[in-house]
Ligand binder design. Sequence first.
Ligand code: ADP
Length: 585
Amino acid sequence: MEAGRRSSTKPVQSLKPTKTVSVDEDLTKASDALPLPLHLSNAVFFTLFFSAVYFLLSHWREKIRTSTPLSVVTFSEIIAILAFVASFIYLLGFFGIDFVQSLILRPQTEVWNSEDDDEVADVLLRKKDARKVPCGQALDCSLPPLPPPAPIVTVQKVLDENPVTVLTEEDEEIIKSVVAGTTPSYSLESKLGDCKRAAAIRREALQRLTGKSLEGLPLDGFDYESILGQCCEMPVGYVQIPVGIAGPLLINGREYSVPMATTEGCLVASTNRGCKAIHLSGGATSTLLRDGMTRAPVVRFGTAKRAADLKLYLEDPDNFDTLAVVFNRSSRFGRLQGIKCAIAGKNLYLRFTCTTGDAMGMNMVSKGVQNVLDFLQTDFPDMDVMGISGNFCSDKKPAAVNWIEGRGKSVVCEAIIKGDVVRKVLKTTVESLVELNMLKNLTGSAMAGALGGFNAHASNIVTAVYIATGQDPAQNVESSHCITMMEAVNDGKDLHISVTMPSIEVGTVGGGTQLASQSACLNLLGVKGASKESAGANSRMLAAVVAGAVLAGELSLMSALAAGQLVKSHMKYNRSNKDVSKASS
Ligand code: ADP
């Protein structure tokens, strides 16, 4: 197989709403087989065609004039007839087939268009319905019945003005230059000024370079402009992750339908069962303990004494106001709360903490830290800034500092689950749950030397909600720090359960939260974008929802374990009856 050609004639996605074509179909013509360049062979056959016609007509006119029968054919006439037939076939093949094909294929485009009309109407209808239902509000969250559910693909098509991508001859030239390495793949967006076309071209070049098909990874139905310079570089498509809903989750008197993006069977069903148990018991209470994002640069001095001088300077309350003014210049929302320092020899780690409004806040805190470092350089000119992040922050790594000091939102969420709910919904007993929690989440995790991992599966819920709502999924590491406590209360009849989570790092503005799907999930929770009432209220509410959903997940999984149901339910929800070997083949 040629390196520069696709390995098969699989369809490529098209930019225009026309037919889906294969590369071979699109680019290969019969004339490619000719030994002459295209314009020369066209000229030869045109000349041949008209010469033969002229020759035959003039000969036949002469025969009619001299009353010679037309059936008497001379050798030169046979040659002329053959030349006429050959050139006619060539010209028909060259100009005629595309025309005939376009006539045949036009109805397909029309069918699509009419489908799109239906889809637009469907989306408008859904929009109208949505307006009638105040989202994320207690008891008002039940959606009115929708018209028969449209397939997911329908909605995706509506989002996209160019449903299917067709690569043009001009694109083909660019693909070739990307494959040859003359055009850098990363420069396609800026060169073309069309993010979707850039993605289509990059994708095709990638397939040719690797000889591997990307069929199954969708290209169409995504707004590539929305991720430019913000969420993802060099896109070639997007991965689809199903979103399930757990709930209603009743926290602090309000109901939430919790979106969870996951491919783990059982997870949503299990969390949903936990939500039901919480709801039937009167709901959960969530309390915010702290709200502050951190960033810790590392700076180096010539001596440990100088590093200690800066530590004392930064921790002196008299200097805080000045430092806060310098830090807060970076943003309307970033407000310095404190600086905690740690020394390792001549190296000093400065852990800045600040509020960040509704943003998760990494960018915001980094800008403030940079301001302070620039300011300190005047009084500490011998300070070398080794890195704006020195890992004492600590971002996306398991670290005791987050577990003890907190990072982002520190939340505790609790509920009292009634004894009969434990029996009827969770199919276990208060006593079994308390005992298992002590043995597994506390003692078992201590035996394992856990760091913030005193729970059953907090990260399952955290990650699913993070992906659905556009959070940074890598921050599930510290965001999943959680200790789950269970205790029998009310004379042993009921269960008190709590989750304490010191580092929930969430935002409702910035990053992936503004993308269409993720922002729809935030909207469902009633926490989309910046809070209008008070900066930070939306992100704090999202943290409360995360903790509440974790509470539900812990309750349900622990109950399944206590009742010995885990394997049974996983066999039911994780293993469909499909023959997996057949599916993979
Ligand atoms: P992060 O700091 O989480 O990486 P970004 O810096 O990307 O987030 O996004 C925050 C941006 O949103 C900032 O430019 C900030 O000024 C703006 N913004 C608007 N409203 C708010 C709000 N209520 N809370 C926080 N930031 C907000």
